[in-house]
Design a binder for this molecule. Structure first.
Ligand SMILES: *Cc1c(COP(=O)(O)O)cnc(C)c1O
Length: 372
């Protein structure tokens, strides 16, 4: 007996592996991107209040209160919103709905790890467009993006603010991507789970430039620091959304009802009470602490414009030796590349307490010096 060959998608990811290793060795975990502080009290209270009131199935399209809260934020109607079990399910359902065998999805590299298995499970081929890494960091080569489009391309899959590079696409880039999509009649999936985590001006959304073909993916996990709640969403062209909701009947059917109700309330409170401004401020401080500390150790650091990740170079090291010697868990660049990753490049998650960042810097200091 054997499992179907498509289960090759089940190969173990380095993210939980590094977290387990960090725990076993008592290392600081700057690997997997989850906050080490509790979610805001207003979210916890809203979820507690929802228990006992929202305990049965929600509709596959989502709890009306959550669809309404999101519609208000996005300036859309509730019919444009479908709630999912995290952005992970949103991406799976979108790839299943938009592409199939013989078709291609264009993905930027380095990529978030779910994109390639999602394309594979939909039977489609991922064409990678590598972001060049220069002195100033990563940038998008729009010429290369256009050259990657073929007769078979159906979809451009983008992520901004981008994990792991921290890149935020600007207005001119978004406009050109929208023009490209229109010219080649492509769908756009814009993974914007870090939409509230940017350090410059508030970025525009890709959907503003091509509303007829863009599906925006979001996550309460990232916005409200509760990655375990598994509440995400898709905002897309209204005419397609009943079908997208219909497709997710066959995955999780509905995201947990009390968590949807709690998130609906918390999204309104977060907006009203300036939660995101405070969150950005707190992350900017931690970004600067970590980046400054790594630079003081002599490392090359690429400062992110968004997300809670930064990339830095530790030439000659690999993640397993680092966690043993420095007691710091990081994700190697190889997790975000299909082949030929840049050597000695690592992703650091700074959604951790300041004490943890300081501990990580302390652990890295002797290791880095031993290099010289
Ligand atoms: C975390 C993450 C996701 C998945 O979000 P969930 O809501 O936890 O499923 C999707 N895309 C990117 C870029 C992420 O970093």
């Amino acid at each position: 007996m054997r499992l179907h060959p498509r289960t090759q998608a089940a190969k173990e990811s380095i993210f939980p592996k590094m977290s387990a290793l960090a725990q076993r060795l008592g290392a600081v975990n700057l690997g997997q991107g989850f906050p080490s502080t509790p979610p805001p009290p207003f979210l916890l209270e809203a979820v507690r209040r929802a228990l006992g009131r929202y305990d049965q199935y929600a509709p596959p399209a989502g709890l009306p209160a959550l669809r309404e809260a999101l519609a208000e934020e996005f300036g859309e109607e509730p019919e444009a919103v479908v709630v999912t079990s995290g952005a992970t399910e949103a991406l799976y359902v979108l790839l299943q709905s938009l592409v199939g065998p013989g078709e291609e999805v264009v993905v930027l590299e380095p990529f978030f790890d779910v994109y390639l298995p999602d394309a594979f499970l939909a039977g489609a081929e991922a064409r990678l467009v590598r972001l060049p890494l220069g002195e100033g960091g990563f940038r998008l080569d729009l010429g290369a993006l256009e050259r990657a489009i073929t007769q078979r391309t159906r979809l451009l899959l983008l992520n901004t603010p981008m994990n792991p590079t921290g890149l935020v696409l600007g207005e001119a880039e978004l406009q050109r991507i929208a023009d490209l999509a229109r010219r080649h009649d492509l769908f756009l999936v814009s993974d914007e789970v870090y939409d509230e985590l940017y350090y410059g001006e508030r970025p525009r959304r890709l959907r503003e430039f091509a509303p007829e073909r863009t599906f925006t993916v979001g996550s309460a996990g990232k916005r409200l620091e509760a990655t375990g709640y598994r509440v995400g969403w898709i905002v897309g062209p209204k005419a397609f959304m009943p079908t997208i909701a219909g497709m997710r009947q066959w995955t999780s059917f509905s995201a947990p009802s009390p968590l949807q109700a709690g998130v609906a309330e918390a999204l309104r409170v977060a907006r009203r009470e300036g939660f995101y401004e405070a969150l950005r401020e707190s992350y900017r401080k931690r970004r600067d602490l970590l980046a400054g500390g790594l630079r003081a150790l002599g490392l090359r650091v690429y400062i992110p414009e968004g997300t809670y990740f930064l990339m830095a170079e530790l030439p000659g090291w690999d993640a397993f030796r680092l966690v043993e010697r420095a007691r710091v868990a990081l994700i190697p660049a190889s997790a975000f590349y299909r082949e030929d990753p840049p050597e000695g490049l690592f992703r650091f998650a700074f959604c951790k307490k300041e004490e943890e960042l300081e501990l990580a810097l302390k652990g890295l200091a002797p290791v880095v010096n031993s290099l010289a």
